[in-house]
Write a new protein. Sequence first.
Length: 758
Amino acid sequence: MDTRSNELEVASLAVMVSVLLVVVTLDIDVPGTTVLRAVLGCVLLGVVPGYLLVSLLGLDDRSPGPIVVYSVGLSLPLVVCLSITVDVVLSGLAIDRPLTPLSMTLAVAALVLCLQAARSVGSGVLRRPFQPLAVFEWATVSVVGISDRLQPRVIGWEFGHDERTARSVVRGLSPRDWLALAAVTALPLGAVLVTLPGTAPGSDGVLVALSCVVAVVPLALLRWRGSAVLYPYGVWAVAATVLLQMTLVSGHIWGFDIHYEYATAATILEDGYWNATGGDSNASLVAITLLAAVYSMVTGLEIVWVYKLVYPLLVSLLPVCLWYIARAEFRERSVAVLAPFTLVFYYGFFKDMPDKQLVAGLFGVLLLMVFLDERLSALQRWVLGLAFAMSVVFAHYGVSLLFVAFLGFGLVARHVVRLVSGVGVVTRITRPALVAFFGGFWVLWYALTASGENLDSVVSVAGEVFEAFPLSDSGRSGVGYAMTETESVYWLASKLLYIALVGLVGLGILAALYALATDRDAVRNAEYTLFSVGVFGFLVSSAVVTFGMGFDRTLQIALFVLAPFAITGMRTALAVLGRGAARLPRVGPRPRLSAIPAEGVFAVFLALLFLFSSGTAFAVADQPEPAYSINYNQSAGWPVYSQDEVDATRWLAERSSNPGTDVAVYNNYDRVKSRDGLLVGEVVPSDRIESIWLGRTSFEGPGYVYVSERPMTKPGSDSAYVSVERTSFYRTVLADREPVYENDRASVYYIRGNRTNA
């Protein structure tokens, strides 16, 4: 970097830090400062720390894509670790509220300035290979009796092929390139305008048009021959569009697990400290809860909008990482172009607000991307890789444990292949040192935080899995989903598309294994295939065993790794058809079958998959939308809340804060997860929430009863809600009482003592 550019960056950082400190310290509230604080806070939290460390590691001469991905990916664990450090140090100094907007802004400013100082003084020092880490890896693998020989890998299109610095890339963009970049930038902006709270429902045709445009982007990128910058940027823009047009349908969060995570983040924000050893299992998920609270402190955004705006933009980098993984592992450009959309267009990617599973997936694919990037030195690889491995653990106990298992399977499979074939497999991701650190840190983290609640949950789920073998009768398994009765031809078409997707992935895996068995040279570069076989085995087993989650979630996790194999599976399927067509007469279908482009067919398949997954096909045909299609119909089934309901629960939280004051909500489940229960659970501890099941006829006060227009779904339904007035509880307890709080959408009753007519 030249001196002038370095001075400009230093000056820019100094200005950003100074302005943010002034705004936060003086709590300035004048027009424009709210947006300015939010923007500066997001940049200083989500980009700058990671970029400075990336630059320290000597990676700032790469193309813009990897720099951005690594910078954002590193910033998040840096901020998490900084927040934990501030909490521990200031708590040790007897400060009651160690985490405040001022303390965290000062801490972030100090981190940024220290990194910038180190970068200015000696960024070149760290560019040399780091021998102690190489010794550490050698010692680790020696202890377990394994020799890990790293060898260069030669493929047609590697990470480092034709990459230029960010500045030269920007200078090389043509007017056509700029026009294309502007067009894809318009997609997420359009999603915001179409779905902002208070606008007309998306079914007015605008959202349909936007979805149709999004559906054909993969085909357009497949035909693009301009600047390569458009590929990863287009992937990010489409992913952000898909997520934003779902998350912004209301002014409050919606989903399921995110309500519990919101409650933990709100508690951290209100109390001013992180309770690491309490009984709240979500306290362990610091990348979701603590990080969201810190973002709210520094940016001034409400936690709701941190989840609605910041997290979708971060998670949109997940498919971008898939682009780089496919680029490193598969020869064809078309595989790298189409693989990310295999995940993005699957409804599991956007059916919930982005939370722990997708955030963990982001760090998981970042981990793979780092160890597949052969341009990195040992120091660069291990600093990035260990940070991302820790971040997977910080985000989700289940996904992180699965990644440990997948890497462990790949490690074993690699050595089995070497024993059988006599050919060593080049080692990059299945390193014993990585597996040992990843697994060890997982056990340590979840044993020490949240009183071991998550560790106990994993053990419990493992026991249920073993009890479920060989078969499970759960409707959430793959077989259960496949056997679900279809309501219309549209539902049947949707189901067939998902089955075809899984089938194509399976064909791609089989084709890779066939190449492994027949091509000795393929064995040397088979590590990713062997790793993927373990992931596919997990997916296949989830057809009959749920692993504590539905098949839609296991498929989502599997696609983090397996998405590229769907394209090779399509190529395999058409090749088989072509061999069959070779027996046909030369006239007729034979020449037409042989001319079919597999990539084009798969792009059309992806377009159909998205139109059905997003609910667009249902909306156009005036059919009942899937329960998650709340962008087309907020009453489709997933819990979407009005501001009246949010206001009622916040009023309730203030009045019911005294210990011993319970709150009752309609809930027919073992866990409080009804529509009303999720919203009340954001502000009332779960141990003070009582369930009103359908047959209940009494309530022992003193306490409150919260009731909305749609308190919970009817048993066996995704979208039909119980009528409160027809329940036994309402007739015997509430019918002759006046609510103490009431608005158009919700009511709150107060019960002084035991009340029953039974």
